[in-house]
Ligand binder design. Structure first.
Ligand SMILES: Cc1cc2nc3c(=O)[nH]c(=O)nc-3n(C[C@H](O)[C@H](O)[C@H](O)COP(=O)(O)OP(=O)(O)OC[C@H]3O[C@@H](n4cnc5c(N)ncnc54)[C@H](O)[C@@H]3O)c2cc1C
Length: 551
């Protein structure tokens, strides 16, 4: 859609299409506001597709004495488990306890009991070393005294963002990707009166009118709205993960352990058919417009942790499928260690410009309602939604016709696509209702997303609509031909465009998700293709010269 087709006047414009912006869009739609969301890259392109995918209270925050933050997050987790089955699912975690460990068994037991109290349910238990071993036979035995089992939850982060956006758009909101706000427009007395938009690819521009703008741009927030608190600024903190196939790391529960190097908690989590290992927590000094990448030091840190906790599995980097890195929008209180900084959010208000930043994926609804509350004086009068109302519209437990799919698969599809799951299955070729190897994704999800979910580029489709770019070897390179056949009617790209999209996707994958070895192999392949082209060119010239000489 061209920017020129957009209506001129809005009640509210939201800048940023991560979880914070998407959550605000959903709640603003419930308030019957004329609301538009714009995202400069793709929806969830920022931090919200690069998290650890946990919907959790955060045991770590209890240790820091952040009881309120943990309580709010536990409450939100419980709501989301009810509201978004198939998208947010509970997951058991194991915490091994070693003889010399700090925090030790007693402190962990207290923390987990508080966690249970907050969830109003006893969810943890302790196993002695023999019992614990039955759950985790590969665990390092040296000094193991037992371990805890407790409950948390996990999510597909970018699908959470997309479901919020999809449902909002179905209820009348507008959301545009690849569109940035380049300027907040103000009247002579400083009140917000509109924004200047730019399509980041066609460079088309448009000015829109609105009395209220919510800046939900995460790490980028201070570009549009410098902090009004002289001693509190955004401190971008990078966290990275490695992705392994489940055959290499055969676990069915999440595992948290103290990293031997710095005693930070690191998690190993089964996710979407693969296993994630992370995360790190470091100052991110690079330009935020460049996609963040894992560094060699982070790779070595995560591998050291993995090898220490599972020495008998002999896992090497060659087993790894991919990596991803994200940048936390953390409000610094001047702590030296990144992990000691608070994960709470802030809301700043400046004459119709409301900024909400910090926080966590889990607490997105609190951020949304706090931001809308601050925006109320600038909005048409409307009641704030109740935070206990379901965030998504209800979908049936199972469909009228099963189409040969299990109840579990329907649950997953409803969780990710809401009502759209029915169309996805009904319009699919039955052979595409099978799973892409190594993942939980159906082939049929690709053409559905390509048709209905504002896919502009192949990377939108493979890294955020579905996640096979992270879950299959070499970003799913071997599947690209089948993906093209599946999606070519939906994306109306000609041969040349497909070629360009494939090259763009592989470049992004090599830069942001490949490990050093994989990168080297790709470059060798590229070099070989280049040499082959040169060889063909020179042999063609040679043949021409020869045929001219002989005539
Ligand atoms: C490694 C890591 C692990 C994490 N794990 C968890 C976890 O397990 N659980 C949890 O609850 N939280 C977790 N978090 C925190 C959580 O991911 C973030 O708090 C959350 O994703 C931030 O969302 P956001 O929408 O505020 O920012 P983002 O997702 O970054 O969205 C901001 C968007 O604004 C866009 N934008 C910027 N400027 C403009 C502009 N001028 N115009 C238009 N668009 C613009 C950007 O492109 C970006 O997409 C983790 C974070 C990291 C880094």
């Amino acid at each position: 859609m061209s920017l020129q087709e957009l209506q001129q006047t809005w009640d509210l414009i939201i800048v940023g299409g991560g979880i914070t912006g998407a959550g605000i869009l959903r709640e603003a739609t419930r308030m019957n506001l004329r609301v538009l969301l714009v995202e400069q890259r793709d929806f969830a392109w920022g931090t919200s597709s690069r998290s650890s995918k946990l919907v959790h209270g955060g045991l770590r925050y209890l240790k820091q004495g952040k009881f309120l933050l943990t309580k709010i997050a536990v409450e939100e987790r419980e709501h989301l488990l009810k509201d978004a089955p198939g998208l947010v699912e509970s997951l058991e975690f194991l915490l091994p306890v070693y003889a010399d460990q700090k925090p030790g068994k007693r402190t962990l037991a207290v923390g987990l009991s508080i966690y249970d109290l907050m969830a109003r349910e006893r969810q943890h238990r302790f196993y002695d070393a023999t019992e614990f071993n039955k759950h985790l036979p590969f665990i390092n035995q040296n000094g193991l005294t037992g371990g805890f089992l407790y409950l948390d939850a996990q999510v597909d982060d970018s699908r959470l963002v997309l479901r919020l956006i999809d449902e909002s758009v179905s209820s009348g909101a507008r959301a545009l990707n690849y569109t940035s706000v380049t300027e907040i427009l103000r009247s002579a007395d400083g009140e917000v009166v509109g924004v200047q938009l730019n399509d980041t690819e066609t460079h088309e521009t448009k000015t829109l009118q609105t009395p209220a703008v919510i800046n939900a741009t995460g790490c980028w927030s201070e570009i549009l709205h410098p902090s009004p608190e002289p001693h509190r600024h955004l401190r971008p903190l990078r966290g990275s993960h490695l992705v392994f196939p489940s055959e290499v790391l055969p676990i069915s529960k999440g595992i948290g352990f103290n990293h031997p190097q710095d005693k930070r908690w690191v998690f190993i989590v089964p996710w979407e058919g693969a296993v994630l290992v992370g995360t790190t927590d470091l100052d991110h000094k690079e330009d935020l417009s460049i996609e963040p990448t894992i560094t060699d030091a982070e790779i070595s840190y995560l591998m050291k942790g993995l090898q220490a906790i599972f020495p008998s599995l002999h896992i090497s980097l060659a087993d790894c499928l991919a990596a991803f890195a994200g940048v936390r929008p953390v409000l610094s209180e001047g702590k030296q260690t990144p992990s000691a900084e608070s994960r709470e959010h802030v809301v700043w208000v400046n004459k119709g410009l409301i900024t909400v930043t910090g926080g966590k994926l889990t607490t997105f609804r609190r951020l949304a309602l706090d931001a809308l509350k601050a925006a109320q004086p600038f909005l048409p009068s409307a009641k704030l939604p109740d935070r206990r109302d379901p965030v998504f519209s209800e979908v049936p437990d199972k469909p009228e016709r099963a189409y040969g799919l299990s109840k579990q698969t329907w649950r997953r599809l409803y969780g990710r696509y809401g009502e759209g799951a029915n169309t996805l299955v009904q319009t699919a070729d039955p052979k595409d209702l099978n799973i892409i190897p190594g993942t939980h994704t159906l082939w049929a999800e690709l053409p559905f997303a390509a048709k209905y979910e504002q896919v502009r580029h192949l990377d939108d489709l493979l890294l955020r609509r579905v996640r096979i770019g992270l879950l299959t070897p070499y970003g799913g390179k071997a599947y690209l031909k089948r993906i093209r056949n599946l999606c070519k009617d939906k994306l109306s790209w000609d041969r040349r465009r497909w070629k360009e999209e494939k090259a763009r996707y592989l470049d992004i994958w090599i830069h942001a998700h490949a490990l050093p070895d994989q990168r080297a192999k790709f470059l060798v392949q590229k070099k070989n293709i280049f040499l082959a082209v040169i060889r063909i060119f020179f042999s063609y010239i040679y043949q021409k010269i020869r045929s001219r000489k002989s005539t």
